[in-house]
Every structure is written in structure tokens, then in C-alpha cells.
Design a protein around this ligand. Structure first.
Ligand code: DGL
Length: 269
């Protein structure tokens, strides 16, 4: 047993898709979430900036004495070096490996698509992880930079014409490449899961990175004997307006945010 919290971070709201899954799978855990809503999006930034932001986000979580750190962000997960991971001094997971494992298990043809931010797709991290598991796999990537602002601004209803139009444009190459499995390589994307599924005519298996990393955490905490006992809860930290975060977070979490939302100065970490 270990009653310390699980620390999770993302550039904004996307990581809440992971929180939702964790709450479902591990209802006794205490979750500390940081959403960097003052600096979102990360995905259009350079590698070194993303790494600097990621380490600040991790230091904030470490100041809360967590037992596990999860980068619920495809962009950060694609940029984390082994040195950065080792420097944390705690168990860590990003979303790339659990998603790649799930995609390799799900695909029958080995034609696997990956959508993500510009930085994620450019990094090739998902492709490397997939080919390490299935060397014969063919991986097709496409950056979808408009999805994050659309999600952050609440353009998420399944019949939202603007998001549907953008999704058709971004997903056309995936249809042409005949992928049978698609990794939603950014944790914001599961929020428009229905739109993506609709555009792909419900013919492609979609991999939700938040769900996969949550399953990984459940296995890890269980096999390590460090589950928490008692009633679970959440604490949220943001780098900009808590009100703006809470309003949109409620849509993602499917109800009012449970727990305090506090604004912190991320530059001091
Ligand atoms: N949820 C982040 C990701 O998975 C958001 C990307 C961004 O901030 O651009 O990549």
C-alpha cells in the first residue's frame, strides 16, 4: 500500500481524458493534475521548449510527494529522453509506449496510423515504438494542429460542422493509406472520438492514449503492491485561469470538476 498521489500533467485539458480513465479503473487513488493552460499548446513549439516545460511540470508534481508521474501528453511523451526520465527518480510513463503496444495488438494488417501534434508527428516517436514491437508494421503519421484549439475552445459536439470539416481534411490521408488502426496520439483527441470515428466510417480501431496509460498504471500499481486504500480524490493545478479550466473541464469529465483548482506560478519550478 502507498497512499501518496499519482501525479499527472498535460499542456491543458487533454490529460483529463487520462484522469477520467484513472478514476474509473482506480477509484481509491488520489490524483494531482497539472494543466499548463497558460502555455498550451505545446505541440507547435520547439523540442527544447517542450522539454523545459515538461521538467517544470514534473518538478511541480514532485513538490507534492507523488508516487508515480504520468505525462498525459503525446507531445511531451514524444520528447522525453531516457535522461529526463531517469532524473525524475520515480516510476514514470508517457503515453507513447502503452498506445503503441495497444495498436500493435489491435492491428491485423500492420497498417497503423498516428495522428498527433506537429511536434509529436515530426519526432517519429510512435513509429519507433511500433516498429520495435512489430518490425513489419507500416506507420502513417499526420499532424492535426487545429484539433487542440478546437477542443480547448469546446468545439466538440459530434455534429460540430467546423470540427467535422477539419477532421475530414486531416483524416483523408489515413483513409487513403488503408490503416486498420489509428492511434489518437494526443490526449486531447479522444474528446472528439465520435467525430473521428464518424469520419472514418467506423471502420478503424481507435486507440485512446489516456485509456492505455491508465491501464498501464493500474497494472503497475497492482503488481508493485502500491495501490492506495480509502476514498479517492483529485486536486487540480493550472498556470492560468482556474475558472476557464473548470468550465471546459466539466464537459470533458462529464460533470462538475470534483476537487479544488488552484492557480500556480509554473515559472517558479
Ligand atoms: N494533450 C497534448 C498532447 O497530447 C496537447 C498538445 C499541445 O499542447 O499541443 O500532445
Amino acid at each position: 500500500m502507498d497512499n501518496r498521489a499519482i501525479g499527472i500533467f498535460d499542456s491543458g485539458l487533454g490529460g483529463l481524458t487520462t484522469v477520467k480513465e484513472l478514476r474509473r479503473l482506480l477509484p481509491n487513488e488520489h490524483i494531482i493534475y497539472f494543466g499548463d493552460n497558460g502555455r498550451v499548446p505545446y505541440g507547435n513549439r520547439g523540442r527544447e521548449t517542450i522539454r523545459k516545460y515538461a521538467m517544470q511540470d514534473i518538478r511541480l508534481l514532485l513538490s507534492h510527494d507523488v508516487k508515480l508521474v504520468i505525462a498525459a501528453c503525446g507531445t511531451v511523451s514524444s520528447m522525453m529522453t531516457p535522461e529526463m526520465q531517469n532524473s525524475i527518480g520515480l516510476p514514470f510513463s508517457g503515453v507513447v509506449l502503452p498506445s503503441a503496444q495497444a495498436a500493435c495488438a489491435a492491428s491485423s494488417t500492420g497498417q497503423i496510423g498516428v495522428i498527433g501534434t506537429t511536434a509529436t508527428v515530426r519526432s517519429g516517436a510512435y513509429g519507433r515504438a511500433i516498429r520495435a514491437i512489430r518490425p513489419e508494421a507500416r506507420v502513417f503519421g499526420n499532424a492535426c494542429p487545429l484539433f487542440v484549439p478546437l477542443v480547448e475552445n469546446g468545439f466538440i459536439q459530434p455534429d460540430n460542422e467546423i470540427t467535422l470539416k477539419v477532421a475530414k481534411l486531416y483524416l483523408e490521408p489515413m483513409i487513403e493509406s488503408n490503416v486498420d488502426t489509428l492511434i489518437l496520439g494526443c490526449t486531447h483527441y479522444p474528446i472528439i472520438y465520435d467525430i473521428i470515428n464518424q469520419v472514418l466510417d467506423y471502420k478503424v480501431t481507435l486507440i485512446d492514449p489516456g485509456r492505455e496509460v491508465a491501464k498501464w498504471a493500474q497494472n503497475f500499481l497492482t503488481s508493485s503492491g502500491i495501490l492506495r486504500e480509502g476514498e479517492g480524490s483529485c486536486e487540480y493545478y493550472v498556470s492560468d485561469s482556474p475558472e476557464l479550466f473548470s468550465d471546459t473541464a466539466a464537459i470533458f469529465l462529464g460533470g462538475d470538476i470534483q476537487g479544488e483548482v488552484e492557480q500556480i506560478d509554473i515559472d517558479s519550478f
